[in-house]
Design a protein around this ligand. Structure first.
Ligand code: HGY
Ligand code: MN
Ligand code: MN
Ligand code: MN
Length: 406
């Protein structure tokens, strides 16, 4: 039983073209035109296999094999097709195309269980600043009220955006997790670990959690030339000091990470002292206590700096997800399979967050990594060797077959 590696690579190269920023990475936000084109492509491939396709109200997708029978438990392979801005060609979509490769390989097999490919919407949070939005609705972390609470930069709510017609039949959002025997996510590592160790496979034991806050500092706008330094309440200087303070607090830890990815100043003119500065700040780790501890220290320091500088400070928590250890039995099963196949591998934590983390709270879940070249991701340079891409999909097929004893 083999995956068709050429077809997998053809899928990935085709899907890479569905981007708002051709020539500068892949930009494919959920619910946009290129997201629709990517889904259409995936649906076409799935229909060739005789699969049934259903979409829930969030545009999460469930692609079921023709062999599936009512009332049987199912194994789900899942990931996402949306990207960050100017992201890479593999993050998320590799797990979906790897899943498609498994469906193709099993299309004529008797399946001991049902098999589904899930596509989770809005995993990157590029529209609303909240990662794993689609899978948070499936897991019950988000509900009806969030359809109005979640708004994009233009103030348009998720509810409004979902009004566009769906590409397939709508089903309700709630998954019945009692039917899910296991969920698997194949993903690029997005970090340097596997490449540095020369390993082609990672088996994930813990998925990082994260806390995200938005900070708005308000000082006093004024003339950039006529205002003496001593008289200034410069919001952007205050923000800069806060950002470096956050780095100083977390850097000594060695594993926890803190990132300020978005910042802007108002009125955003070179000759005006910024009145306002707004930035996002996120802390991540595999230990929730550490996330909470560092975030608390950072918020306290931001408040101190604001007082020292005489600027007003408003902080709101925008999104969070708890870290989670994945299923030990499934990890052991994957380890023995990798050993049996002679695939060098290691068990490792995730660094990034993943939809698997939301599903893992309700069903047995496993995650497989392949190396990222240069340890980079979320950038146009994101890449993985063809050999490793095919090896990862083949391993996904093996573990899927092992679970459904196809
Ligand atoms: O941010 C993340 O870790 C994921 O790529 N959304
Ligand atoms: Mn991803
Ligand atoms: Mn990502
Ligand atoms: Mn993910």
């Amino acid at each position: 039983m083999k995956v068709n590696g050429d077809q997998l690579l053809e899928d990935l190269l085709t899907l890479k073209e569905f981007t708002d920023t051709p020539g500068n990475g892949v930009t494919r936000f959920s619910y946009g035109e290129n997201d629709r084109k990517a889904r259409e492509y995936i649906f076409r491939q799935a229909r060739l296999l005789g699969c049934d396709i259903k979409t829930d109200a969030l545009k999460n997708v469930r692609i079921s094999m023709p062999q599936n029978r009512q009332g049987r438990k199912r194994v789900v392979i899942g990931s996402h097709v949306d990207t960050v801005r100017n992201g890479g060609w593999l993050d998320g979509i590799y797990g979906v195309t790897g899943g498609l490769a498994v469906l193709r390989a099993l299309k004529d097999c008797e399946l001991g269980m049902n098999l589904e490919l899930a596509v989770f919407a809005e995993e990157e949070g590029s529209n609303f600043g909240s990662t794993m939005t689609g899978s948070k609705f499936i897991a019950g972390d988000y509900g009806e009220a969030d359809l109005d609470k979640l708004k994009n930069d233009e103030g348009v709510s998720l509810r409004r955006i979902l009004e566009e017609p769906s590409l397939s039949e709508i089903e309700d959002v709630v998954w019945d997790f009692s039917e899910v025997a296991a969920m698997l996510e194949l993903h690029i590592e997005q970090g340097p670990v596997l490449e540095r160790k020369g390993l082609p496979l990672g088996i994930v034991d813990a998925i990082f959690g994260m806390q995200v806050i938005e900070v708005e500092l308000t000082g006093v706008g004024n003339h950039a030339g006529a205002t003496p330094m001593i008289d200034r309440k410069d919001a952007l200087c205050a923000a800069s000091q806060c950002i470096l303070a956050a780095e100083e607090i977390v850097r000594p830890d060695g594993r926890s990470v803190v990132t300020v990815g978005r910042i802007h100043a108002e009125p955003d003119c070179s000759n005006v002292i910024p009145e306002k500065a707004w930035f996002t700040l996120e802390v991540r780790d595999s230990d929730n206590e550490k996330i909470l501890k560092y975030m608390e220290r950072i918020i306290a320091r931001i408040k101190e700096i604001s007082t020292e500088r005489g600027v007003a400070c408003r902080i709101n928590k925008t999104s969070s997800s708890k870290p989670l250890r994945l299923d030990p039995e499934l990890i052991e099963r994957m380890k023995s399979l990798a050993e049996a196949k002679g695939i060098p591998h290691q068990v490792m934590d995730s660094g990034a967050v993943h939809d698997a983390c939301m599903i893992a709270r309700h069903a047995k879940t496993g995650m497989i990594f392949v190396p990222s070249l240069g340890g980079r991701s979320h950038v146009p340079q994101e890449n993985t060797s063809e050999k490793d891409l095919v090896l990862g999909a083949q391993f996904l097929l093996e573990i899927t077959a092992n679970l459904i004893n196809a």
